[in-house]
Design a protein around this ligand. Structure first.
Ligand SMILES: [Zn+2]
Length: 562
């Protein structure tokens, strides 16, 4: 890194008149510049940037002709320059909240492998953070599938150790949590509480008493009333949160499912000039009426680094939480041992159809979370019922599209639907899906090969903080599709590094109508770059995870390292 900067000092010699409109602010050369422009790898020798925009992407002579006395000439010294990564689907707000929560994830993300270990992590966090009795303790990344006991944590595990704190362990899907008795009482959940439509409340065996696990619509009222830091406290950590993205090479983050209160916080941050990566927010569907109120919000345009792009619905839960809605039953039953279990819709299909229609009618882009094939059917039906066809270029996005059936890809093509896939599932839950759903259905999760062959733009996300932001881990799972146990999940769906990179660059740019601004190194587009230690296209699948982000550049300005 220092070498790159030092190279500029000696090379920044006067060229053309610095007042000329043709003078670049910066010129990059001397490395591998992968443009992502086209269906196969294309390179240029040099890039020139002015006022945050790429003004030349081509030969070195053409770039050097734009050199002036103040032009920073950057020798990449053999490193690779790519477009900045674009987060296709994730939850920026989590990066703000996680700072005050305990990591109860399992390896490789966190340390927890069994219930005593989980209790010890919470206890250590309580001591470290000086959390008093009566206060809240919130954990993130809890995954019952990775516990040696092979079951959910219950109040019987938590209460003896934390009788005086309100404990919430958020499930790794972010679609539920385990609460201890004190936290359940805080929300008035007891043996008289009925399980709501689309929800899950596990009960202690042989009783109606809640065991601790709440999912989907049973969890929504809790998550809406979680203990949160004040807006001012969150503004203090928004720099750290953005740095987390920048350090992984992202120049754009997504906050999928923003509440109005959260969007207001981003507006404050933007007004105070605190944002330096782009944040694309999708309004949460539970507040659709407020988002769509006439004159309340404008969609699809940036105000500084903040853009409200559309509305996001969730039509089912997660397959690892067994709340994804399937057309065939789970082979291993439901989350509370139910037999003949298909998962659940979050809301009746008719509600989804009505709301999606209302949004599309007002010209607003729709994003629908659907994991199970039956939930994907609901989403397709809602989009089709609104009269959308591919020719309309409305770009409805079905987030995850995880357990898609092959013929649903044809329906996507017909209606112009684009999927945001999640190949990290092949590693984190591939083995779980094999047990729950069987080999045929599991082999087709996140089918990057099939969607590429169908010519449909796609993206591939981490769903941060469900899995880590690490873009090279995403590339690896798209290329290797190897589970924790070493099973290859659908080898025919593996893609090469270039196709995998499209899921983090051109695909997500297109999905939010920014293909003329981002995702490629091309004249006229923003100078959003990442400098990598190696070119992913020339790196073997075994080494892809070792690539490092050396520098991240947003509109010509280095934002990592800062
Ligand atoms: Zn998500």
């Amino acid at each position: 890194m220092l070498g790159l900067i030092a190279a500029c000092v000696s090379a920044c010699t006067p060229g053309v008149d610095s007042t000329s409109t043709d003078v670049a602010d910066a010129i990059y050369h001397g490395g591998t510049i992968l443009t992502m422009n086209g269906t196969s790898p294309t390179y240029v020798d040099a890039v020139a940037v002015k006022n945050g925009v790429i003004v030349h992407a081509g030969d070195k002579d053409g770039a050097m002709a734009m050199r002036g006395s103040r032009t920073a000439v950057r020798d990449l010294a053999g490193k690779s320059l790519l477009p900045g990564f674009i987060d296709p689907h994730g939850h920026f707000v989590m990066s703000l909240n996680m700072i005050s929560q305990v990591n109860v994830s399992s390896p490789p993300v966190g340390p927890v492998t069994n219930i005593p270990g989980l209790i010890a992590e919470i206890q250590a966090f309580k001591d470290r953070a000086g959390i008093a009795d009566d206060d809240w303790i919130v954990g993130w990344g809890y995954d019952q599938e990775e516990l040696a006991e092979g079951r959910h944590v219950t109040i019987e595990d938590l209460d003896p150790h934390f009788p005086n704190n309100k404990v919430i362990l958020i499930h790794v899907s972010n679609h539920g949590a385990v609460l201890n008795s004190k936290a359940l009482a805080e929300y008035g959940i007891d043996e008289t509480t009925e399980t709501p439509f689309g929800g899950v409340i596990n009960r202690l065996p042989g009783t109606n008493a809640p065991a601790g696990l709440l999912m989907e619509t049973a969890w929504l009222p809790v998550v809406s009333n979680m203990p949160v830091k004040s807006g001012n406290e969150l503004l203090e950590v928004i720099e750290d949160a953005q740095q987390l993205y920048a350090s992984e090479g992202y120049t754009q983050a997504q906050d999928s499912a923003s509440r109005i209160s959260e969007f207001s916080l981003y507006q404050r941050a933007s007004a105070q000039g605190l944002l330096y990566i782009d944040i694309v927010a999708l309004g949460i569907f539970t507040e659709t009426e407020a988002w769509l109120a006439p004159g309340a919000y404008s969609f699809g345009q940036y105000d500084g680094h903040l853009k409200l792009q559309g509305i996001k619905w969730a039509q089912d839960g997660s397959p690892q939480g067994k709340t994804a809605l399937m057309s065939a039953p789970y082979l291993t039953g439901g989350p509370d041992g139910e037999e003949d279990w298909y998962g659940k819709p979050i809301q009746p299909k008719s509600d989804l159809i009505a709301q999606v229609h209302a949004a599309l009618k007002t010209g607003i882009q729709v994003f629908i979370h659907a994991n199970g094939d039956a939930a994907i059917d609901h989403a397709i039906e809602a989009i089709e019922a609104a009269g959308v066809t591919a020719a309309d270029d409305r770009r409805p996005i079905i987030i995850h599209s995880q357990f898609q059936r092959p013929e649903q890809i044809d329906q996507y093509a017909r209606l112009g639907i684009s999927p945001s896939y999640f190949t990290n599932h092949t590693y984190f839950w591939g083995d779980v899906h094999l047990a729950n759903r069987g080999p045929a259905q599991t082999a087709f999760i996140s089918p990057l090969k099939s969607i590429t062959e169908a010519g449909i733009p796609f993206s591939n996300h981490a769903d941060f903080n469900v899995t880590p932001l690490d873009p090279f881990f995403i590339l690896w799972t798209a290329m290797a599709r190897e589970s924790r146990n070493g099973t290859i999940i659908g080898p025919e769906q593996r893609v090469d590094a270039y196709q995998a990179l499209r899921g983090l660059t051109t695909g997500p740019a297109w999905q939010v109508f920014e293909e003329n601004r981002k995702g490629m190194i091309k004249e006229g587009l923003l100078a959003d770059f990442v400098v990598l230690s190696a070119n992913p296209v020339e790196t073997s699948v075994d080494d892809i995870r070792d690539i490092e982000v050396l520098e991240t550049i947003k509109e010509g300005i280095t934002i990592f390292p800062r």
